[in-house]
Design a protein around this ligand. Structure first.
Ligand SMILES: [Zn+2]
Length: 261
């Protein structure tokens, strides 16, 4: 997802239901009032905040973003994300937009709470688009500079430490995927290697996660400590560090890796 870090962090909080909504603050005895800041009628839960009152419906309407399923009060935010991930191929970037708009709604809600300003749904969307456009431009500039100034190099492991590189290869026609693991010591001596063929129809991100899992398990078998693991999926790396949300099937592998480590 091409969104600012603060938006990713926001989504993580929403999915974990730890965003500072009135309902969550009330549950933690921080406030005695759990009613919605905007409609003042219902409890400000995550579901209510993002989908179920007139003002927020106006925001969604003005974005012209149509989801291919209905959102019921019983459906939690995480569940909406899983659904959208299924359509990632046929409707690319739908999930990204849903997340961005949710963030805009949260910003708007804070504006109402702290400044008493109630913008129209259209104005909320406009301001959101402007701030995201700024992010996009800044990001593009940053990438261009990085390309100009930086050459990615394999970094040496620190003295006394080991480095484990994992990589995966996919043969989509045969529905096969392979994983390679190389363990090197501080003197860049290869001390162990492993290559494994897997016969399954896992998705690309699932294979990346699986590759990392095989790397971690192999390093344990070889008996090396103080290891830096290196793979080529930033998304898996972020998932391991809890910075991004991935599909449940990928998350299961990530959880397994964290248990091993
Ligand atoms: Zn409300």
């Amino acid at each position: 997802m091409n969104v600012p870090k603060k938006v990713k962090h926001f989504v993580w909080k929403v999915c974990k239901n730890i965003l500072a909504t009135k309902e969550n603050l009330w549950r933690r005895n921080i406030t005695k009032d759990n009613t919605c800041e905007v409609c003042k009628k219902q409890v400000e839960s995550i579901g209510h905040l993002f989908w179920f009152y007139d003002h927020v419906k106006e925001v969604w309407y003005s974005c012209k973003l149509s989801l291919s399923f209905e959102i019921h009060p019983s459906r939690d935010y995480m569940n909406v994300i899983w659904h959208l991930q299924k359509w990632e191929e046929s409707r690319p970037r739908l999930l990204e937009w849903m997340v961005k708009i949710s963030w805009g709604i949260w910003k708007d809600r804070n504006d109402i709470r702290h400044r008493g300003r109630l913008w129209s749904g259209q104005a909320v969307t406009r301001s959101l688009l402007c701030s995201l456009e700024e992010f996009q431009l800044a990001n593009e500039r940053l990438m261009a500079n990085a390309k100009r100034n930086h050459v990615v190099k394999w970094a040496l492991p620190q003295a006394g430490c080991y480095k484990v590189n994992v990589d995966r290869v996919v043969f989509s026609k045969k529905k096969q995927s392979g994983v390679g693991v190389v363990v090197k010591d501080g003197a860049i001596q290869v001390i162990a290697t492993l290559s494994k063929k897997q016969y399954s129809s896992l998705g690309p991100l699932e294979i990346e996660a699986k590759a990392m899992e095989i790397g971690v398990t192999f390093a344990m078998k070889v008996g090396v400590g103080d290891v830096t693991f290196e793979g080529d999926s930033l998304e898996i790396c972020n998932a391991i560090h809890g910075l991004t949300i991935v599909a449940p099937s990928v998350q299961n592998v990530v959880t397994g890796i964290l248990k091993c480590a």
